[in-house]
Unconditional design. Structure first.
Length: 205
């Protein structure tokens, strides 16, 4: 009985070992969307994020159809950018944390545009800043050294202004923790020890 209890302790102790998560760096270029130059809605789940009223635009086709404009200037990697018609870009990932790394921002329909950025975690604003972007070239914002996890990120402008275009949005996304191989092996060994101890006990009885 004592050996069986010892094996049970081993098996139960193994499962409380820390689990590890492997951070995944994602860069959304939006170039994998097929668009005819009129805008295509970005679906929820793209790049692991939730997207609301945000579209992908093929700026090369749009420019061919409408002439020279700021949309082509917003393009970092050909041929698509993401944009919103409501002057606000909202990334919402309830229950999942990510850390923004970098993004290119442009004001394709304005000479210049002041935007606000706010980051939230569990409904609380944890960071914010303001910056001015233009239609001449993309402005690269780098979250260098930023380590605060977020589950929501918003870029916004005053009502009636916009739109905002962005390209090559990078962030570190941490999926749900999964057991490392060593932890799984220890669990298996503990379970095997428990089974052997119980089998031995039955034979002695």
């Amino acid at each position: 009985m004592k050996s069986a209890l010892s094996a049970l302790f081993v098996a139960s102790a193994v499962v409380v070992f820390p689990l590890s998560s492997r951070a995944v760096l994602i860069t959304n270029t939006f170039d994998d969307y097929s668009d005819n130059g009129s805008g295509t809605a970005i679906t929820n789940g793209y790049g692991g994020l939730a997207w609301t009223n945000i579209f992908a635009l093929n700026t090369t086709l749009y420019t061919a159809q409408n002439g020279t404009n700021g949309w082509l200037n917003a393009t970092v990697s050909a041929s698509n950018v993401a944009y919103t018609t409501h002057g606000e870009i909202d990334f919402n990932v309830p229950g999942t944390d990510f850390i923004p790394r970098g993004v290119y921002l442009t004001a394709p329909m304005s000479g210049s545009l002041f935007i606000n950025q706010s980051g939230f975690l569990r409904g609380q604003e944890v960071e914010s800043f303001g910056l001015t972007i233009s239609s001449n070239s993309p402005f690269f914002y780098n979250w260098f050294g930023f380590t605060q996890p977020l589950d929501r990120l918003i870029f916004s402008v005053e009502s009636g202004q916009g739109p905002i275009a962005l390209d090559n949005f990078s962030y570190t996304f941490t999926p749900s923790p999964v057991p490392e191989p060593s932890t799984m092996l220890l669990c298996a060994m503990g379970t095997l020890a428990l089974c052997r101890a119980l089998a031995t006990k039955r034979l002695r009885e």
